[in-house]
Design a protein around this ligand. Structure first.
Ligand SMILES: [Zn+2]
Length: 238
C-alpha cells in the first residue's frame, strides 16, 4: 500500500451525484415505509430492489475509469495490478450497505479501486471497524494524512525469500488480518517479484544501465508492490 493523490472528481458525479442521492433517499424512505408492515413481503422486496438499483448508479464507466487512472490500475490495498486479469471493483471505503454511510455512495472521496479479492466478503466486504475513539482502523491511501508505512511493515526476509506485510500497531494489524495481506498466492507472487528485484540490484550495483533503469521503474507509483521497492531497492540504487 502506498499513498495515492486523489485526482478531481469525475464529471459523472459532478453532474449526477445530487440527483442520484435524492433517489437513494426516496427509495430508502419507501423501504422504511414498507417495512412498517412486515406482512407485505412483496412490497418490501420491491422497495429493497429499487433502493439497490438507486445505489448502483455508482457503477458508472466514468467513475471506474477515473479510479483506474488515479490508482494507475493497481488495487488500493494490496497493490496488485488489476486491468489485465480482471475488471476490479469500485470500493466504498465507508461501506455503502451500511445505512449510516448510504449518503456516501457517490461521494468521490469515499471511492477507491480494489482487486476482487481484497473487496470480497471474506476480506474487506462490508466491514468498517473503528477504534475506541471512533476512528477507522482501515487505511485509506488517499486521505493525504496517513502514511501506510507508519502502520505497516513491508518486510523482505532474505533467508526465507518472502515479502511479507506486518502490522506495526492496532490499525496495521487489523489491515493485515482483514485484507489477509499475506494470503498464499499474493505472498508467492509478491515474493517472486521482490526476489527478482533484489537479484537485479546486485547487477545494478555493477553499473549495468538496463538493470538500473528497470529498478527505477519498479519504484514508480504504477509498479506492482512498489511499497517494497521504495524501501528495499530505491535507497540502494547507484
Ligand atoms: Zn487487492
Amino acid at each position: 500500500m502506498i499513498p495515492v493523490t486523489r485526482i478531481p472528481e469525475p464529471k459523472a458525479i459532478t453532474r449526477n451525484g445530487v440527483r442520484w442521492l435524492r433517489k437513494v433517499k426516496e427509495t430508502r424512505d419507501s423501504l422504511n415505509n414498507a417495512l412498517a408492515d412486515p406482512s407485505k413481503k412483496n412490497e418490501i422486496n420491491k422497495a429493497r430492489n429499487k433502493l439497490k438499483q438507486a445505489i448502483e448508479k455508482y457503477r458508472h464507466d466514468d467513475i471506474k475509469k477515473a479510479l483506474v487512472k488515479m490508482f494507475l490500475g493497481k488495487c488500493a490495498y494490496c497493490e496488485s495490478r488489476i486491468p489485465h486479469i480482471t475488471y476490479g471493483a469500485i470500493e466504498h471505503f465507508r461501506p455503502k450497505s451500511d445505512p449510516a454511510f448510504e449518503h456516501l455512495a457517490f461521494e468521490w472521496t469515499n471511492l477507491l479501486l480494489s482487486c476482487d479479492i481484497c473487496n470480497d466478503a471474506g476480506h474487506k466486504g462490508t466491514k468498517f471497524p473503528v477504534d475506541s475513539s471512533g476512528n477507522p482502523l482501515f487505511i485509506d491511501p488517499t486521505d493525504g494524512v496517513i502514511n501506510p508505512n507508519t502502520h505497516l511493515d513491508f518486510s523482505w526476509d532474505e533467508v526465507a525469500e518472502l515479502a511479507s506485510i506486518y502490522g506495526r500497531d492496532a490499525k496495521g494489524q487489523e489491515v493485515e488480518r482483514v485484507f489477509e495481506l499475506n494470503r498464499k498466492e499474493l505472498l508467492k507472487i509478491r515474493s517472486q517479484h521482490i526476489k527478482l528485484l533484489i537479484v537485479l540490484l546486485e547487477l545494478a550495483k555493477t553499473g549495468h544501465p538496463g538493470a538500473i533503469a528497470l529498478l527505477k521503474e519498479s519504484c514508480e507509483p504504477g509498479a506492482e508492490y512498489s511499497a517494497f521497492a521504495l524501501i528495499h531497492i530505491c535507497p540502494h540504487l547507484p
